[in-house]
Design a protein around this ligand. Structure first.
Ligand SMILES: [Zn+2]
Ligand SMILES: [Zn+2]
Length: 334
């Protein structure tokens, strides 16, 4: 029987229609066989040895000896840092020059790595680079939102195989981010609690959508998941901004959980394409009591079509309870 479910934070609805869907084993079979990648590719600008192909790095770890993580300005950036932020009018329409900061996080010197399979400390180094760059970029008083994300595979929007993620910082907080914030402020005003903290404790209480947990984080498929195998990782400690994560122990714990979820997708669904996004409070809202940073991982199993575009209501053909059970039971071999 199909069912409507509401996202408690954004108030958006989804439709769960599992009988239309396929079983995880069918989804796994559909993923095409990928050929193994080489350790080094001479045409890849991100491989160790090809550093002259990128712009000067803004972050390198470690600073001496061979690098493990490099962050470079995006050579083909959609936004540029030297432009003004002033809004102008085109007739009665509003516009502004494309000011912004776009960087690429090169996650590993080797071409054939991916976060699902990396050593734990290497994953932690990638997260430390996200944190450090977000702190630095947030000092720019024209920047209002920093979005960190990873596109893995062609269906997720990248043709570059080398393990990398991106950071794009904008002067604008768009309606897509701002409008749900009004809902979470209202929740705070009604109940005096952070809606994300409430959702997390309800997910932990109900238990059936939890994938895995640690002392300070939980990974789950949310009650109103928009697509099959959508996963979220929430910190248990209320924190609005990712910049406030503890850079030593907490970040290693998060690295473990993120790698675990990605490895379960890798082994369980045969390395599906995915996007993940680190959602963190806008720059001026780092201390708020109503916002809560989190990571969302969206495997590209389904494609939003006419109904989704028309109504904003997503039809999810795999119940999050089923997705979570499948991922819980997927063994990760290291
Ligand atoms: Zn490469
Ligand atoms: Zn919270």
């Amino acid at each position: 029987m199909p069912e409507f479910r509401q996202n408690q934070a954004t108030k958006e609805w989804v439709i769960l229609a599992p009988e239309r869907g396929k079983r995880p084993s069918d989804i796994k079979k559909e993923q095409s066989k990928q050929k193994p990648l080489p350790e080094y590719s001479k045409d890849c600008p991100f491989c160790a040895g090809n550093e002259t192909e990128t712009l000067e790095p803004v972050y390198v770890h470690p600073e001496e000896n061979d690098w493990q993580v490099r962050v470079v300005p995006n050579k083909y950036a959609a936004l540029q840092p030297q432009l003004a932020t002033t809004r102008t009018h085109v007739g009665s329409f509003l516009a502004a020059k494309g000011f912004g900061i776009a960087e690429v996080v090169i996650e590993h010197p080797r071409h054939d790595q991916t976060i699902a399979l990396m050593e734990l400390e290497k994953v932690a180094n990638v997260l430390r680079a996200y944190r450090q760059r977000q702190i630095e970029i947030s000092k720019n008083d024209k920047i209002n939102l920093v979005t960190t994300f990873r596109n893995h595979g062609r269906r997720a929007g990248t043709s570059l195989e080398h393990p990398h993620s991106q950071i794009i910082a904008t002067p604008i907080v768009p309606p897509h981010v701002r409008y749900p914030m009004e809902q979470v402020v209202m929740h705070y005003d009604h109940y005096g609690t952070c809606v994300y903290c409430d959702m997390l404790s309800e997910e932990i209480h109900q238990g059936e959508r939890i994938i895995t947990e640690s002392d300070n984080f939980a990974a789950f498929c949310p009650f109103a998941a928009r697509s099959p195998f959508e996963c979220r990782i929430y910190p248990k400690r209320h924190t609005a901004s990712f910049t406030l994560i503890d850079g030593s122990e907490e970040i290693v714990e998060l690295a473990w959980l993120l790698r675990e979820v990605l490895a379960k997708l890798y082994y369980g669904l045969n390395n599906p394409d995915y996007n993940y996004v680190l959602r963190s409070a806008p720059v001026g809202d780092h201390d708020t009591r109503h916002l809560h940073w989190y990571m969302v991982i969206i495997p590209k199993i389904s494609t939003p079509a006419g109904f989704e575009i028309g109504s904003g209501i997503y039809i999810n053909t795999v119940a999050p309870e089923e997705s979570a059970r499948f991922l819980r039971e997927t063994e990760v071999t290291r």
